[in-house]
Design a protein around this ligand. Sequence first.
Ligand SMILES: Nc1ncnc2c1ncn2[C@@H]1O[C@H](COP(=O)(O)OP(=O)(O)OP(=O)(O)O)[C@@H](O)[C@H]1O
Ligand SMILES: [Mg+2]
Length: 639
Amino acid sequence: MTVEAVPLDSSQKRATLVLFEPVTGAAGSAAALPDGPRQGDMGDAQISRLKQQLVDAKERFLAAIEAQQTSREESQNTTEEALSANEELQSLNEELETAKEELQSTNEELITVNDEMQAKNALLAQARDFAMAIVETVRQPLLVLDNDLRIKMANRAFYRTFQSSSMEAEGQIVYSLSRGSWDLPGLRESLDGLLRGGRSFPDFEVEQDFPGVGRRSLVLGGCHINHHEMILLAVDDITDHKLAQQALRRSEEHLRQSQKMDAVGRLAGGIAHDFNNLLTAIIGYSDLLHDSVAGNEWAIEQVLEIKTAGERAASLTQQLLAFSRRQILQPKVLDLNAIVADFTKMLSRLVGERIEVSVNCAPGLWQVRADPAEIGRAIMNLWLNARDAMPQGGTLTVETANLTLAGTDVSVEDLSPGRYVTMAVHDTGVGIDAEMQAHIFEPFFTTKEAGKGTGLGLATVLGIVEQSGGVIRCESEPGRGTSFKIFLPAVGEALDKGASPAGSLGKAPRGSEVVLLVEDEDAVRKLARIILEASGYVVLDARNGREGLALCETHHGPIDLLVTDVMMPELGGRELAEGAIKLRPGLKVMFMSGHTEDTVLKEGVQKGTAFLQKPFTPARLAQKVRETLDSADKSAGQP
Ligand SMILES: Nc1ncnc2c1ncn2[C@@H]1O[C@H](COP(=O)(O)OP(=O)(O)OP(=O)(O)O)[C@@H](O)[C@H]1O
Ligand SMILES: [Mg+2]
């Protein structure tokens, strides 16, 4: 018998299959057979069948074992696969875990970033609100444009200043805003510069008319904002500032001018008193001399030269007083046409033959109240200037007219509504440019060569016109002639009887009354005494106020008229007159002076107090004395 041992589940080595098989032969078969009846054929068949069954069983068993082994191996494989899959799963899980952790941390980061973003957004919103608050609060008009130069927004100050609205402005091209007013000179070039890449453009000044707003002076500045996506246009409206500056400059100029006038006025006033006394003597004595040398042509000529020089000096002194408004005006209600007519006769000769004079006086001219001598002086200055402006000849036109200014009339600034009489002097001369026009009324401003002009002419005219309550205007263009126009307020009063022009003493009115003459300047007193006595009067004279007053007291007999100087040491003329009238009620008084600062007397003269301006001619003194004595109103001659 053979014994076969087969391990079962070799990997596990847990079991072994042992097979016992009888070896073919007697011994072998007997030993292998179980105890039982041994019967020949039947036994062999049975044995072989059993053997066969055993072989089959063995094969089946082996097959089963093999199948079991295979299945075990398969299951082992599956287990291994499962294990490896499990491992993969585990690693995947781990990866997933890591990814999850990463995701979580990313999420946390995102939350932080989000928080930061939110904080930043809040800050940005705050900054925007802050900026908007500033933009809306500033008083400077601001415009924000896009790169197509369309208006994105404007601030309140802009809409307020230019009387516009967001509806009207937003989306518009800036140049078409306010009916094209924003197409300003210089703005296009500046904005084009920005669009070509410039960061900003420098401030520049422009003037422009805006509908409903009027003329404005602006300073414009601009720059890119928002990373070159927008343009900020800052507009500074400096109109009021400029007007204030101009007003300040004007008032400074006025102050400077009046200080200058005051200084010259003081100087003029200072010398005028003494100067006019001397000139009275020079002019007066040359007049007397002229009368006494009748028939001697040579002597007459010399005397007239002295007199002319004296008169020119007197005129200059008077100019100084006039432009510094220190002269004593003796206004009368007068007809300007009559004065123009008088001066035309006198001045036509003066302007020469090359100049054609044309006088155009409006009929029915209203009356004005002014000092005829001063108005004459003004006319003369204008004529002389016109003559000097036309060295090659031309036309000088004088025109008078009535003018009514209504309340709405703004054609002549500084003039209140009312009735005016105008007198214009036109010439066809060289003209005056705008820059010079600003200076022509200044004292001592002249373009004439030394010795030809003092520069006092127009300053004097201005002084006279302003003191008469009027204004003067100049219109001129270089090469196109000049016009000066004087506006004097019209008055409704009756004309004053004009004094007849002074001639020689022989033709002057005479009298026989008693005249008390008080004058501290010997030369003038002596001259006045000669003139008055030559005119028939009885003359008492005194060298000062105190002496004069004493004479009023001590003189036996009547005194009809007191003729007194104003400025005298110890007792002035006005105080003397007051004292004399107390002593002799009804006494008439006539003052004479070259210059005085006595404002009471000045006001009195304006109202009609008898006054004779020094220097005077003999005829003028005789005439004024007669006039005062004949005046009906007793108080007329009193201060
Ligand atoms: N009609 C005019 N045409 C051109 N320029 C004028 C005219 N009137 C005045 N001017 C200018 O104004 C300046 C000042 O005139 P203004 O009469 O005050 O002084 P003046 O004539 O120079 O000297 P003065 O009058 O004292 O002799 C003149 O020098 C002249 O340049
Ligand atoms: Mg002049």
